[in-house]
Design a binder for this molecule. Structure first.
Ligand code: F6R
Length: 642
C-alpha cells in the first residue's frame, strides 16, 4: 500500500483542478479474473470466480469477446451460481474474457451495479477491485462531456474515462488506460478488454492485489493465484503503478505509469489444486478444522530442532539485535487475528519479559500512536491484505519501528511491505470463518516467544526444551481433540435455538473465549459475548438465567481454582454450562451440564487445543440452523475496506 502525503492535482486536460490530500488508500474487496487463450474461456472464468467467491458474493458478472467480434456482458445479483443460471441460454463462445465477484461498496448489490462495467459505446468492458476515491469529480466532468451513466458505481466512471480518452486522443487501449490511471486517486486492480481487439487484455494495479499466470499459449490474471493453479505455476505479481499488456501469442509486457518497461519477475507457485477443494467434506470450514493436525505440523516444521531444544524461527534469527533490544512490542491485527495477537501478548510477556500492547489495527492507525525505533510492531493478517492492518504496519514503519509481519498468504501486501516476518504455512483458508489460520497464528506466536526467550535467556533452557517437545506433540493432541466431533455434533442440537451465549475464560483461555464467541456469531448469527470470567461479577452476571448458556474454557492451569468458583457463580444463577476441561477433571465435571475433555499440556499451549471444540460447536450450531457456514452473510474473507 502506498503512502501519499502530497496533494494530487492531475486534471490539466480536463480544465478542472482539485486537490485531494490523501493518507492511506483503502481498497474494497471483490475478486477479478481474466483469461486469454485457446481454452474454454467461460468455464475457466466461472471456475475462477468460484475460487474467488471468498472475497465477496454480492453479485457476479462476466464479459466475453467472441470471434464474431461481439462484446457480451452478463451479470447477476448474488452468488456466482446465480450468474451461471443466468448464462445457461446465452452465447458463451469467446477467445478472451474477464469476470468479477463483488463485495458491494459504492451502490447496493444489484444486477446493474454488478461488474463488468462497459463504456457507453459498448466498446470496452472493465472489472475492478478497489475504490476510485475521486470518482465524483471525474463523473461530473464526464457528464459535462456528454457521458451517460447507468450504475451508481465508481467503476463505471473508470471505464467511461478510459473510453473518453481513447476516442479523444485516438490512442491505443493501453495508452488510454495509462492516461486514465494518471487521473485517478484510489485503489485498483483492473482488467479491461476491447471489442475491436479480442487478442488483448490490459490490466493494472494500485494497492489491490493482481497476479498474472503464464501458461503455454494462454495467460491468466486474478486477484490471487487460486483460479489458475491447475493450469500454471508460473506467476508474475504485478506491482503498484504497473500496467500489464497481455496479448495473445506475444510475451507479457509490463509498463509503469510513466510508460517505461518494467522487468518481468516470474515466480513459481507453491500451491496445489487439492488445497483448494473440499476433499470430501461438506464445507471448507469443516475441512479446515480437520486439517489442523497437518497444518500445525507444516507450521512447526523446521522451526523446532534438536528434539525441542532449539527454536529456529528465521525472522527472529535474522534480526537478533532488534528483538534483543526491543523495549516494547505492539501487535496490530483485526478480528480473529486480533485474538491470536492477544494470546501473543500473554506468551511474549510470560516468556520474554518484554511489555506488549495489542491494538485493533483500525483504532491504532488513527490513534496518533507513540512509537520509535526501539519498538517492534507485529502485524498479523491471514490474508496479508486487511486494509487496516496494512495501514497500521505502514504507519509504524514510517515512525521508525521495526515491523514484523505474520501472514498466511505468500506474496500478499503485508509480507511485501513489512521489514521482516514469517509465514504460518497452513495453506489456503477458504472458509470465511478463520480456523486453521488462527491455530497457525497462535503456534507461530508461541514459537516466536520461545525463540526470543531463548535469545534473551529469559527462560531456563530446560523449560524451553520441555515446551518445545510438547509443541512437537501438538498435532497429535489436535487429532485426539478432533475425536470429540460426534459428541460436539450431538451437543450442538441442544443449543441450536439459544438466542445468546456467553464465552468465559481466564488467562490464556480468555482470548480463546473471545474467539469462540466470534466463531459462533459470524456463522450462526447468534449473539455471543466473550468475557474474562472474573469480570462477570462486575455486570454481565446479571444476564445469567436458564436461557443464557455459558461456554467456559477451564483447562487445568494456574487459574483453575479461580475459574471453578466462576463456574459455581454461573450455576448458582441457573445458567447452563458447557465446559472445556482437561482430561481427568473432577471438580468442574460435577458442576457443569456438559464437559468436553482435552489432553493435558503446558498452560501456554492450551489455547491451540481448547479453541478446536469451539470451532466445531459453532460449525454444528450453524449447520443445524441451515446457515451457509462457508459464506456467512455480509462477510468476505479478505477485508480490504476500512
Ligand atoms: C473471523 C475472521 C476475521 C479475520 C479478520 C482479519 O473468522 O476471519 O475476523 O480474522 O478479518 O483478517 P486477516 O487475518 O486476513 O487480516
Amino acid at each position: 500500500m502506498r503512502y501519499q502525503n502530497t496533494p494530487v492535482v492531475l486534471w490539466s486536460n480536463w480544465r478542472l483542478k482539485t486537490a485531494i490530500t490523501k493518507t492511506f488508500i483503502s481498497t474494497n474487496m471483490c475478486g477479478i479474473v481474466g483469461y486469454i487463450g485457446n481454452g474454454n474461456v467461460y468455464d475457466i472464468l466461472i471456475k475462477g470466480l468460484h475460487r474467488l467467491e471468498y472475497r465477496g458474493y454480492d453479485s457476479a458478472g462476466i464479459a466475453l469477446v467472441g470471434n464474431d467480434g461481439n462484446l457480451k456482458v452478463y451479470k447477476a445479483k448474488g452468488k456466482v451460481s446465480n450468474l451461471e443460471d443466468y448464462c445457461k441460454d446465452k452465447s458463451l463462445e469467446a477467445g478472451v474474457g474477464i469476470a468479477h465477484t463483488r463485495w458491494a461498496t459504492h451502490g447496493e448489490p444489484s444486477d446493474c451495479n454488478a461488474h463488468p462495467h462497459y463504456s457507453e459505446d459498448g466498446n470496452l468492458a472493465l472489472v475492478h477491485n478497489g475504490t476510485i476515491e475521486n470518482y465524483k469529480v471525474l463523473k461530473d466532468a464526464l457528464i459535462q462531456h456528454g457521458c451517460k451513466f447507468h450504475s451508481e458505481t465508481d467503476t463505471e466512471v473508470l471505464v467511461q474515462l478510459i473510453e473518453y480518452i481513447k476516442v479523444k486522443n485516438n490512442c491505443s487501449l493501453v495508452d488510454a488506460v495509462r492516461e486514465a490511471l494518471n487521473q485517478v486517486v484510489g485503489a485498483y486492480a483492473i482488467a479491461v478488454i476491447e471489442k475491436d481487439h479480442p487478442d488483448t487484455i490490459v490490466a493494472a494495479r494500485q494497492s489491490s492485489p493482481l497476479v498474472i499466470g503464464i501458461g503455454d499459449d494462454e495467460t491468466f490474471l486474478a486477484s490471487d493465484a487460486t483460479p489458475f493453479v491447475e493450469y500454471t505455476k508460473d506467476v508474475v505479481y504485478l506491482k503498484d503503478e504497473e500496467i500489464a499488456v497481455i496479448k495473445k501469442g506475444e510475451p507479457l509486457r509490463i509498463l509503469n505509469l510513466d510508460n517505461r518497461e518494467s522487468t518481468i519477475d516470474v515466480k513459481t507457485l507453491e500451491l496445489s489444486i487439492s488445497q483448494l477443494e473440499k476433499g470430501g467434506y461438506p464445507h471448507f470450514m469443516l475441512k479446515e478444522i480437520f486439517e489442523q493436525p497437518i497444518t500445525l505440523r507444516d507450521c512447526i516444521r523446521g522451526r523446532i530442532i534438536e528434539g525441542g531444544a532449539k527454536i529456529n524461527v528465521n525472522g527472529i534469527n535474522d534480526n537478533k539485535d532488534i528483538f534483543l533490544n526491543a523495549k516494547r512490542i505492539v501487535i496490530v491485527a483485526c478480528g480473529t487475528s486480533w485474538h491470536a495477537a492477544l494470546l501473543g501478548k500473554y506468551l511474549i510477556q510470560d516468556m520474554c519479559r518484554i511489555p506488549v500492547e495489542v491494538e485493533y489495527a483500525s483504532e491504532f492507525r488513527y490513534s496518533n500512536p507513540v512509537l520509535d525505533d526501539r519498538d517492534v510492531v507485529i502485524a498479523i493478517s491471514q490474508s496479508g491484505e486487511t486494509a487496516d492492518t496494512l495501514a497500521a504496519a505502514m504507519i509504524a514503519k514510517r515512525m521508525g519501528a521495526f515491523v514484523f509481519g505474520i501472514s498466511n498468504s505468500v506474496g500478499s501486501s503485508i509480507p511485501r511491505e513489512t521489514d521482516s516476518g514469517t509465514y504460518i504455512h497452513v495453506g489456503p483458508e477458504i472458509g470465511v470463518a478463520s480456523t486453521k489460520a488462527f491455530t497457525g497464528q497462535v503456534m507461530v506466536l508461541t514459537l516466536l516467544a520461545l525463540g526470543i526467550a531463548q535469545l534473551k535467556g529469559t527462560m531456563p533452557q530446560e523449560k524451553i526444551a520441555e515446551i518445545g517437545e510438547e509443541v512437537l506433540r501438538i498435532p497429535d493432541y489436535v487429532e485426539k481433540v478432533l475425536k470429540l466431533n460426534d459428541e460436539i455434533e450431538h451437543l450442538s442440537l441442544i443449543y441450536t435455538y439459544a438466542r445468546n451465549f456467553l464465552y468465559l475464560g481466564r488467562g490464556y483461555s480468555y482470548p480463546v473465549a473471545l474467539e469462540g464467541a466470534l466463531k459462533l456469531k459470524e456463522i450462526s448469527y447468534i449473539h455471543a459475548e466473550g468475557y474474562p470470567a472474573a469480570e462477570m461479577k462486575h455486570g454481565p452476571i446479571a444476564l445469567i438465567d436458564a436461557e443464557m448458556p455459558s461456554v467456559i474454557i477451564a483447562p487445568n492451569d494456574h487459574l483453575y481454582e479461580k475459574i471453578v468458583s466462576n463456574v459455581q457463580q454461573v450455576k448458582a444463577r441457573g445458567g447452563s454450562i458447557i465446559a472445556i476441561v482437561t482430561e481427568g477433571d473432577t471438580e468442574i465435571k460435577n458442576i457443569a451440564d456438559h464437559v468436553l475433555e482435552v489432553p493435558a499440556m503446558p498452560e501456554c499451549l492450551t489455547p491451540i487445543i481448547t479453541s478446536i471444540p469451539l470451532q466445531l460447536l459453532s460449525y454444528y450450531i450453524a449447520i443445524n440452523k441451515g446457515k451457509n457456514v462457508d459464506m456467512p452473510r455480509n462477510l468476505a474473507k479478505s477485508v480490504t475496506v476500512e
